[in-house]
Design a protein around this ligand. Structure first.
Ligand code: MG
Length: 455
């Protein structure tokens, strides 16, 4: 009967729709469970030699040591600048700071009287991951513009909790999203409060892919540790502060394990720039590396870096592959199933072959060392050529023609200049620099204009 036939057909359609619906749901869940979460923990002014697993004799970092034991520890991992603002711009855009205008020779970072910040045209890692359906949060120090239009909430982060610039700039407020919560921020409680926020975010988003950008305020001076850590380290207040950061990392890893997210979450721990050596005991250590914060010697830009992703990254691996913070941008976007912007130069390369392999792959072969908008050195393979050298702060500028050449695999402390023996290497690096300069377009600096200074 036609009515019966119609009824049967309707049932079939309903069943097909339900089945398709379920299939769709399954597909979406399937996609989500395969897309990893990302957590980038970014300390401020921590040196290459400041962690137990990087050889510090008295600072205790059991949680970071465990993270390295279960994951991959890098020995040649770089930031893209030796001071805060440009370093953060590079991490979040995958681009050298010169490309976004987030660097300057005269004002090296943003200040409370700065008028600008990270330009809206930049595609931040948070924006790229949001486009892939990720929940995003920034917890900690921003330092890419404190006026509303430059805050994390305008750059792809769903939520923000932290300080908008360095903790030595006054008055330094604590903000939630675009509101000031506290001014000045009560600094001794910051690490603990950030950690609580981070754990809350992880737990709230355990069922969807998320990106947590976690740039700590410390160990940038002035140093503050909570009562629980103050006076407990043999390394003095600096050690107390680093040991509290280590505790925080342990809390984050434990929260992931509790939520059963360990095998679905890539956690990277690194630092924005080297130790602030002119702060004497209040500053950290670059270990065997030369100089520190502010400098394009290795101590200014080579960072401790640990990547953790149980089941995906092999346990206890040490990688000597060249890698940078900018590579995290490209790598995370690719792992999330996205594409890096194709309408601009992106300097980050995909280092998943390093992370997911045995740590010996070499997707990156060179790195450029800028101070402000001036190229001071370039690395190619094991070789680094300095065009200009100077201490991080003060001192005299020394120009080198021909450039001063070092083999970093043999001489990580940059003690022995060997350019005369290797003219062919100097010629190859000159070619690399020429090519870099030819393709470079540098917009005006965003760091120089001050509020009230006019156009
Ligand atoms: Mg810094």
């Amino acid at each position: 009967m036609p009515a019966d036939h119609l009824f049967r057909n309707s049932i079939r359609i309903v069943i097909a729709l339900i089945a398709f619906g379920l299939f769709r749901i399954d597909l979406v869940v399937g996609e989500d469970s395969q897309r990893p979460n990302f957590i980038i923990i970014f300390t401020d002014d921590l040196g290459y030699g400041d962690l137990g697993c990087y050889g510090h004799p008295t600072i205790r970092t059991p949680n970071l040591d465990r993270m390295a034991g279960q994951g991959m520890r890098f020995t040649q991992f770089y930031s893209a600048a030796s001071v805060c603002t440009p370093s953060r711009a590079a991490l979040l855009t995958g681009r050298l700071p010169i490309r976004s205008g987030m660097c300057s020779d005269s004002r090296r970072v943003l200040f409370p009287d700065s008028a600008e910040g990270l330009p809206q045209e930049e595609v931040t890692l948070a924006e790229a991951l949001k486009a892939q359906g990720y929940a995003t949060a920034c917890i900690g120090k921003w330092h890419l513009g404190h006026h509303p239009e430059y805050l994390p909430t305008r750059h792809g982060f769903d939520t923000y909790f932290g300080i908008p610039y360095s903790n030595d700039m006054r008055p330094c407020p604590l903000m939630r999203n675009e509101e000031v919560l506290e001014e000045p921020a009560e600094q001794a409680t910051l690490t603990a409060r950030y950690t609580e926020e981070a754990i809350g975010f992880i737990k709230a988003h355990r069922d969807e892919p998320f990106f947590l950008y976690f740039p700590h305020t410390f160990p940038h001076v002035p140093l503050f540790a909570s009562d629980r850590f103050k006076g407990t380290s043999k390394r003095g207040l600096y050690g107390d502060v680093v040991e509290e950061l280590d505790w925080s990392v342990g809390q984050v890893l434990e929260a992931l394990e509790e939520c059963d997210l360990g095998d679905r979450t890539l956690v990277v721990f690194t630092s924005d720039n080297g130790p602030w050596l002119t702060q004497s005991e209040r500053g950290g250590s670059a270990g065997l590396l030369r100089e520190g914060k502010g400098s394009t010697w290795e101590g200014g830009m080579r960072e401790p870096a640990i990547a953790w992703w149980p089941g995906q990254i092999g346990a206890g691996l040490v990688s000597g592959s060249l890698a940078t913070t900018m590579d995290l941008y490209t790598t995370c976007i690719r792992l999330a199933g996205g594409e890096v912007p194709s309408d601009r130069v992106v300097d980050g390369v995909d280092i998943s072959s390093v992370l997911l392999g045995d740590g010996t792959a070499t997707p990156r072969e060179h790195h450029f060392f800028y101070r402000g908008s001036t190229l001071q050195a370039a690395r190619m393979g094991p070789w680094k050529a300095h065009l200009i050298t100077r201490p991080g702060y003060g001192g005299t500028v020394q120009k080198h023609d021909p450039p001063a050449l070092y083999n970093l695999e043999v001489d990580p402390s940059e003690k022995y200049e060997i350019g005369e023996e290797h003219p062919e290497v100097l010629a190859a690096i000159a070619g690399l620099i020429e090519q870099h300069r030819e393709e470079l377009t540098a917009p005006p600096s965003r760091l120089e204009r001050r509020v009230g200074a006019g156009e």
